[in-house]
Write a protein that binds this ligand. Sequence first.
Ligand SMILES: C[S@@+](CC[C@H](N)C(=O)[O-])C[C@H]1O[C@@H](n2cnc3c(N)ncnc32)[C@H](O)[C@@H]1O
Length: 248
Amino acid sequence: MTSSGLSVSIDTSVAHPARRYDYWLDGKDDFAADRESADAIEKIYPHIRTSARQNRMFLQRAVRYLVEQAGIRQFLDVGTGLPAAGNTHQVAQSIAPQCRIVYVDNDPLVMVHARALLTSSAQGRTAYIEADLREPQTILADETLTGALDLAQPIAVLLVAVLHFLPDDSAAGAAVKSLVDAMAPGSYLVVSHATDDLMDHGSIEALTAAGHVGKTDTTLRGKARGRGVLRRTGDGRAGIADRQRMAA
Ligand SMILES: C[S@@+](CC[C@H](N)C(=O)[O-])C[C@H]1O[C@@H](n2cnc3c(N)ncnc32)[C@H](O)[C@@H]1O
């Protein structure tokens, strides 16, 4: 039974990114394996909780900008995460209640919580698809998506802290490209990604070693490698910045 009283069949013996992230954000929907994995990463990278919180703030700033400044009213949020404070639809609909949001995640627990807790404003809409980013065409063809979003109008695609769970650069680039290609002119792509650019050599080696014994499944990409993944979208304007150097 989860903290929201919902029953769902999940394997709690294996750490999962959503529940580990929940732990770093002081949430309540994580299990022993998630905490063990999260603690192992925190030991090597002590700033991880700050990073998780900063990432969350980046997501909220980006959504706010898109609604207020760019006039976006539709969002495709892939890699939703367990509901936490300030989810995409809450930020968007607090500014424009008619905003429509489709959430996509491959973790069944996330989807159960999302359906229960991520409820829309009366004027807008929220919808949920349990699917994998590695199969973008499945996401795009899902009737839940086509029923909630108008693909002929601009959409903001959010890939916030999710691309680093796709270790293969070609597959990651292809997934981004498929989503971007399906969007109308005037659409936006928002990406945040774990990087090793600002880590010392010892930490990178320790995290890589942890990966080899199954403690982490995150593929760190520096700016150059990340740019390579995004370049496949054919958009030379993609800007990449270090979170530490961005305004809070
Ligand atoms: C670190 S959380 C990020 C949550 C939220 N986007 C944020 O930034 O606050 C990553 C989420 O991506 C999901 N995820 C990981 N790999 C995925 C994949 N291949 N397809 C869809 N979702 C995935 C995990 O289940 C988790 O909920």
